[in-house]
Design a protein around this ligand. Structure first.
Ligand SMILES: O=C(O)CCC(=O)C(=O)O
Ligand SMILES: [Fe+2]
Length: 532
């Protein structure tokens, strides 16, 4: 799919420019042949031209959820119906049409299919989720404003679509807020009221209040709308229907009030801390922070020192600054991009699954032997951490390099990188041969290959730490204690990306090869470094 990686949306923009050129050539050719080009085709061409012209293929533009929605919506609601209208099998014998048809087919093949309704729905759900998570204002979103950026506003028809998705998902609170804003907009002067008739919004809003459990609010909405359109029989009929519902209510049912979902009821226990950290709230005291240090960490070779910033001692969590160059990052992204596929994660029963409410990104895996650069990056981690990272056909020290690009609202909900399969336990059947019997993921090295404008931090709820996405740096931590047992305090999450295209690359280091590099301590609870 397209929505789960911003780089795929960038590809979509380039594809659209190609589509537009092919379409223009088709119209020109038809005109040269003196064939009639239907009025709606001309109109479509002009309309889409103004939109395509200022759409950009860069990460900043495509990493804006509103732009992503606009782009996706054009494919689903404008390009596809237009081609369906134009397409006819007998036309394929005419040169002009068959040329257009084959260009479109080629473009579609290059990106493995144009986006479909499901992509647009997923983008809508992401927008609906980002809104409360980052405390955004629907008024701003409708005007195309996210934090300090401004883009093309959401049209009423687009907002209506998003509200419909909210309804389908049972997100009635969100639906009510969006429809209320739409109603306000239809009353103001600068919106095209023809686009969606006001009474349709009224009916939908009344329905949403009813679904939420507040039919008396449905009555209020309809009465207000009937004041503006007193002769609308459809509204009148609805009003009577809700009146009957209200008459049937018993006292307890009047208690419902409109309020955002209490997330702690529906989400995991760390949700509140996770949200706060993602929003940049500082949760550690100055006293806690005063113990932290930065220093130049010597490596095995004299001229290489790591700029290490310690963020936590137990478990050890550090940032290494300036560990990968601009050129190297470009190459890793280029190599990774060719391999990206929808990210999966392990379900409770150990199955690999795709779950949109848990992880939104695309992943590619690259082995050291595939490229000298990838090998070099492993050697660098080896030097800076003192751990072994040899990739071998059997009993590998680490996994391949994983390259990740996040999508619209892309995130990875709180999880641990270890999976509870210690050295000596029967291997996980889905593990590739080289990782059998190599134990659990003792440590994680996470290269940050991009910056993002807002969101996307890596956060550790138990440690109350937020690591911002910092291009050229890497986060490093031990998932297992020195005695080999998993450390739940390493629980972490990738916050939803609000604006931008987030690229990271992780290296998971296995337990097996580290016997002499990170031995057990003298007593069972020994930590890596004493706090001093
Ligand atoms: O992207 C991030 O910030 C974290 C990624 C992560 O935790 C993972 O891929 O396991
Ligand atoms: Fe992780």
């Amino acid at each position: 799919d397209t929505f789960s990686a911003v780089c795929k949306i960038q590809g979509l923009v380039k594809t659209e420019k190609g589509l537009f050129t092919a379409f223009k050539e088709y119209i020109k050719a038809e005109e040269l042949l003196n064939n009639d080009v239907p009025g709606d085709v001309e109109k479509f061409s002009q309309n889409i031209h103004s939109k395509v012209k200022h759409t950009r293929a860069d990460a900043e533009y495509c990493g804006n959820p509103i732009n992503a929605f606009h782009i996706m919506s054009r494919f689903v609601n404008e390009w596809r119906p237009m081609f369906e209208q134009l397409f006819c099998e007998t036309c394929l014998i005419f040169n002009t049409f068959s040329e257009l048809n084959s260009t479109v087919a080629q473009l579609e093949q290059k990106i493995y299919g144009f986006p479909i309704e499901r992509d647009l729905k997923s983008v809508s759900v992401s927008i609906l989720r980002l809104w409360p998570f980052y405390r955004l204002d629907v008024k701003d979103l409708a005007d195309g404003i996210i934090r300090d950026t401004k883009t093309d506003r959401l049209e009423l028809s687009e907002m209506f679509y998003i509200a419909k998705v909210a309804e389908e998902q049972g997100m009635y609170y969100e639906e009510i807020i969006w429809l209320n804003r739409m109603l306000e907009l239809t009353l103001s002067s600068d919106r095209d009221k023809e686009e969606i008739e006001q009474f349709i919004i009224c009916k939908k809003l009344a329905r949403a209040y009813f679904s939420y459990g507040m039919p008396w609010k449905s009555l209020d909405v309809l009465s207000e709308c009937l004041r503006l359109e007193p002769d609308n029989l459809k509204l009148e009929r609805d009003r009577e229907w809700y009146q009957r519902k209200v008459d049937m209510l018993d006292d307890s049912q009047w208690q419902v009030t409109l309020k955002p979902k209490n997330y702690s009821e529906t989400h995991h226990a760390q949700f509140e801390v996770y949200t706060k950290l993602c929003n940049g709230d500082e949760l550690r005291t100055p006293a806690e922070k005063s113990k932290l240090k930065c220093f130049l960490k010597p490596s095995k070779i004299p001229y290489l020192r790591g700029k290490e910033e310690v963020l936590n001692y137990d478990p050890r969590l550090s940032m290494f600054h300036d560990v990968i160059s601009e050129g190297e990052m470009m190459d890793v992204k280029r190599l990774g991009e060719q391999k990206l596929e929808r990210s999966q994660h392990l379900s409770d029963s150990g199955q690999k699954i795709v779950d949109e409410s848990y992880r939104i990104s695309q992943t590619g895996w690259i082995a050291d032997e595939e490229h000298t650069l990838i090998n070099k990056l492993s050697r660098r981690i080896e030097l800076l951490t003192g751990l072994a990272l040899q990739q071998k056909p059997l009993h590998s020290d680490c996994e391949k390099l994983q390259v990740l690009n996040y999508g619209v609202g892309g995130m990875y909900e709180p999880h641990t990188d270890y999976f509870g399969n210690p050295l000596g336990a029967p291997p996980i059947p889905s593990d590739p041969a080289e990782l059998r019997g190599t134990g659990d993921r003792i440590a994680t090295w996470l290269y940050y290959l991009s910056d993002v404008k807002f969101g996307g931090s890596t956060v550790y709820p138990y440690l109350r730490i937020q690591v911002p996405v910092t291009k050229g740096s890497a986060a490093f931590w031990y998932n297992l204690k020195r005695n080999g047992s998993p450390d739940i305090k390493t629980l972490h999450a990738a916050c939803p990306v609000l604006l931008g295209s987030k690229w990271v690359s992780n290296k998971w280091i296995r337990e097996g090869g580290q016997m002499f590099n990170r031995p057990c301590g003298l007593h069972v609870d020994e930590t890596d470094y004493p706090v001093n």
